[in-house]
Ligand binder design. Structure first.
Ligand code: SF4
Ligand code: SF4
Length: 149
């Protein structure tokens, strides 16, 4: 079953990428799937609607549950990050305040690799942020604010 749900998630990602004008080849490259599979997905073949509905339900979970589920189903971290980024239904701004002491705990915990440490201060890339709040829960100085935008 997880394999079918993984296909359902990739189908949803393919549809989103098509909506922003990507070609079948570009979608295939982005999702690390061969081009004919993408064409089958987008023609509605090779997939049960059940898999798609389960995948859609996963995208509507809380950001943390969505992230955790995608990583558990897709298994490969880089691929999982792509699916989360393409399929997430909300956008977030991650703000790191001056009270950051540069401990790096947020960097370690961020599964989206959205935070880097530079000159003993954390910097977040909001484009990569899925709003899971794992970082703000971990921060000892309460320096991270995650805002839905
Ligand atoms: S909320 Fe924090 S841990 Fe989650 S993706 Fe955004 S920056 Fe990373
Ligand atoms: S966990 Fe908090 S204090 Fe530590 S680097 Fe991240 S933002 Fe700074």
């Amino acid at each position: 079953m997880p394999k079918h749900i993984a296909s359902g998630l990739k189908y949803l990602a393919a549809v989103k990428l098509k909506e922003v004008g990507k070609t079948h080849q570009e979608i295939a490259n982005e999702l690390s799937v061969d081009r004919s599979t993408i064409s089958h997905y987008l023609n509605g073949s090779n997939l049960s609607w059940n898999s798609i509905e389960v995948a859609r339900t996963i995208t509507e979970l809380s950001p943390r549950d969505f992230l955790t589920m995608v990583f558990a189903i897709i298994k490969e971290p880089e691929e999982s990050r792509k699916i989360v980024n393409i399929c997430r239904v909300r956008n977030y701004e991650a703000i790191i305040e001056d009270s950051c002491i540069g401990c790096g705990l947020c960097v370690n915990v961020c599964m989206m690799k959205a935070i880097k440490l530079e000159s003993l201060h954390a910097h977040a890339d909001s484009i990569q942020c899925c709003g899971c709040q794992l970082c703000s829960d971990e921060c000892p100085t309460n320096s991270i604010k995650i805002l839905e935008i």
